[in-house]
Structures are given as C-alpha cells and as structure tokens.
Design a protein around this ligand. Structure first.
Ligand SMILES: [Zn+2]
Length: 278
C-alpha cells in the first residue's frame, strides 16, 4: 500500500505538471471509484475546472480546484496515478481518466478496485479523523510521548492507526521500530522517554529517506511517470523475504501477525523483556 513517502512522491512529481491545467474531460470505466457525489455529477462538475493546487494529508491527495470543491483521492492498496499522453494505449485496470487541457491525462489504475475519489466542499469531512503529520514541525517527541501515554495496544498497531499519526503504514512502522530497537508488541504506554525519543527520530529518518528515494516499489506502486521508487532497497526488515538475516546482528528476521498484518523484526535487536508491560 502506498504510505506517506509514496503519496508525497506522487504529489511532488505531479505538481509541476497539473497545476494551472484545466480539466477537459473525465472518463469513469468503473463508477464505484467515486465515493461522492454520483458518478454523473462528479464528471460534469469537474469538466472545465482548473487545478490550482495539490496537497497531501496522511495518505490522501487533495486537488484544489478553482471553485469551492476539492477532489480528494486515496489510492488504498493497489492504486496508482499515472500522468500520460491522453492518447496513450489503454492498459488493464484503469478505472478513471481525468483529461487535462495540454493533451495529457491522469490515469487512476487500480487492480483491486479499493481506491476512492471524493468531490467535496468540506475536506474535513473526509480527513478530520487523521492524527498529526509526522514530518510537520508541530509533531515533536513530547507530543508523541503524550499521545502514547494511555495506549495499551501494541506499538506497531498504534503507529499504523491513521488517527494516531497520519501516513505511516505497515512498511515504515516496521522500519521505524527496527531503527529505534523497539519490539513491535510493546504496548504504547510501556515506552520509556528514551525509547519515545528514539522512535520519534527513527520515524523522521525513515520517512525522509524514503521520500528521497521516491517511495518503495515493493508491490504495485509506481511514480506518475511510470518509474519505480527505490526506497525498498534501503529496507532493513520491512517486507522481508523469509530467511533474511538482521543486517546488524545476523539473527534471522522474524515475522508475526499483529492486527492481521505481517510484522517483521529482529528478536535480538528489538528484545522484549518479561517485565515490559505488553
Ligand atoms: Zn538484529
């Protein structure tokens, strides 16, 4: 699933090509991709509008239009946004195409049909439940400590909870916990101040490095031009193939399910003690 670094890369790479462009047409080959309003209203509203800005919040992309409505896109598990010449050969799994006035089109490709689009005057109605942005200046180790204080869930599950912190998912939670040397099953409230500080800087490091490498193409993620990201080549444990050893100590990486998602960690570098409050 695209996480913060992947969605940030898509935003950065689309921005110079779409801002100022007028939408000249909309094709929906699967109406279910539009969550609100109706597919017909969506299509007729967008045609003729100009894209004036593009922002990211968590894993959502927000296209600002020259009107009081915004187009919100969530790629979910397998969605990609590709920017291509409008006459490009059609390919599989294209659910929607937004044509721009310079002869290009924004192609929403999604094999599993889980991605969604919304057109709304009130972006908060879609994104208001999101937690803080981990790379914004107002997210600090103190805020992280305060938010973890009463949480008894496993830290891995907490980091993937979008209302706790926006944009982190399975891959970058595993990477941040490995870098911070924290076992994924530790409860949020059991973390010491030192551990919270380590986790905070690990989250920053891991996310910025992945943005620098244009995201991780471990699954279906591609950049808008069709290129792959290379962040996964830096992964220490995330998305690990079985039998891989810890790059620090050589112990075999373990995989355990936490809330139905595979979690990868090194049992030696990320120990859990009997007296840890798990
Ligand atoms: Zn290790």
């Amino acid at each position: 699933m695209p996480e913060l670094p992947e969605v940030e890369t898509i935003k950065n790479e689309l921005l110079p090509h779409i801002v100022g462009r007028r939408i000249s047409g909309v094709t929906l080959s699967w109406d279910g991709i539009v969550r609100q309003p109706s597919a017909e209203e969506f299509r007729s509203y967008l045609i003729g509008r100009t894209i004036v800005g593009l922002a990211r919040r968590g894993k959502y992309l927000i296209f600002n239009l020259n009107s009081d409505e915004s187009l919100i896109v969530h790629l979910r598990m397998t969605g990609s946004l590709l920017l291509k010449p409008a006459l490009a050969e059609s390919e599989r799994f294209i659910r929607a195409i937004i044509y721009l006035d310079n002869g290009t089109g924004l192609y929403f490709r999604d094999s599993r049909k889980l991605g969604r689009m919304w057109l709304t005057k009130d972006t908060n109605s879609i994104i208001s439940k999101l937690g803080p942005e981990p790379l914004e200046a107002d997210f600090t180790p103190e805020i992280l400590a305060q938010r973890l204080k009463n949480r008894s869930a496993p830290i891995k599950a907490i980091l993937c909870d979008q209302s706790f912190i926006a944009g982190v998912g399975n891959m970058y939670a595993d990477e941040a916990l490995f870098a911070a040397k924290i076992h994924p099953l530790r409860s949020g409230k059991s973390l010491s101040w030192d551990e919270v500080e380590r986790l905070y800087s690990a989250i920053q490091r891991v996310l910025w490095a992945a943005i620098g490498n244009k995201g991780a193409s471990v699954d279906t993620y591609v950049r808008p031009g069709g290129e792959l990201g290379t962040a996964h080549f830096q992964f220490q444990v995330a998305h690990c193939l079985s039998g891989k050893s810890c790059p620090v100590c050589g112990t075999p990486i373990e995989r355990i399910p936490i809330r139905n998602r595979g979690s990868y960690f090194c049992p030696k570098c990320q120990p859990i003690k009997a007296w840890d409050n798990i």
